[in-house]
Design a protein around this ligand. Sequence first.
Ligand SMILES: [Zn+2]
Length: 440
Amino acid sequence: MSSILIKNGFVVTLNESNEMLEKGSVFIQDDKITEVGNFPDSKYQADRVIDAHGNIVMPGLINAHHHLYSTFARGFSPPGEPARNFQEILERLWWKLDLALDPDDVYYSALIAVMHAARAGCTTIIDHHASPACSEGSLDLIEKAFREVGLSGCLCYEVSDRNEKGEGIAENERFIRKCKEADDDQIAALFGLHALMTLSTPTLEKSADIAHQLGAGFHVHAAEAEVDVNVTFERYQRRLMDRFLDFGIPSPQSIFVHGIHFEAREMDLLKTTDSILVNNPESNMNNGLSVTPILEMLSRGVLVGIGTDGMSSHMISQARAMYLLQRTYRRDPRVAFGEAADILLNNNRKICERIFKEPRGRLAPGHLADVIIADYVPFTPLAADNFYGHLLFGLSFARVGTTVARGRVIVDNGHMVDIDEEKVRATCVERAKKLWAKIH
Ligand SMILES: [Zn+2]
């Protein structure tokens, strides 16, 4: 039993009535929040008392699509001519990098990225992993990194026929079974698929059979670039969502990532199947791709979330990129500001409600004790109706001083508490150097 009292904070609860509490307190018992309000410090004898000094106290953030394995690509330029399009980016960078990963690379690339997420105030990550030379057991290594840092994660392995037919099916099956048997909500699992353009009919049939038997949702890229749509149509005369439906893949627990080239009918199918769509604006811009019509999806009632797709582990900057991109795309300064913040703070929470058992994303009794304190004391009025302005213009640039994840202080004064950051960083430099040398 351990307890933490956070006091004297500007508490942004994001609870059902969206309460903001000046000089507010949060009391944590073990891994759950037990009270949020303006109660006297003397009410509890906490093991640890943290004075927030008027800074913003808010729920830990959620990343709905990440690729932790991509971490060692930072600063790396693939050999040869620069990629001219999406297919070439995959072939020249990502499919070479993921094939070169060994088990230690998988572990360390996840560890440093999860540490960065914690330091940026993110406490839950939904990851999509590929390491074709060492797929077996790879998700255990990522799980180890999550447990060492203390964050919650939902993991999957990217099944694809691009190296070997059905590669990764066994790893998904093994890991989903393991999570079910463990019955420990810190780590959850989905069945990972790359994208329809690299998946044959037998592989999809086998994957769907196993996932359905295990009651697992899917995590799959869709319509990220035209090539995915065109290859699927040429081979099978099916639009992407029709082909997904052929295998029973859409469901309330299934995450479709990107959806840039979905036509109106496919967006309707996302809604009628109650599936999840995750947008990753920085990644799409980085790859020179088109823009996901998220406002059209929202107006249809689709649950739209936001992820970083490996670009970074920082969520508020991603929401900022989302609204800026939508405004540029529509040439309209009135749109997408509230929607982007709402997607980050509310929709990502709703996605987690479908995947994890423990509620999170709100400072409310009974919720998972994922709480962050940002170094941000507002210098203009702050209330419930203008918090999004402070979020996207202020908190997006603020350091997170304290991160409490699952009731544990894991970041204190901006640094990891239980992890030797310098040692991990030095090991990552060495590993990345060796990894880059392997890629030709
Ligand atoms: Zn992705």
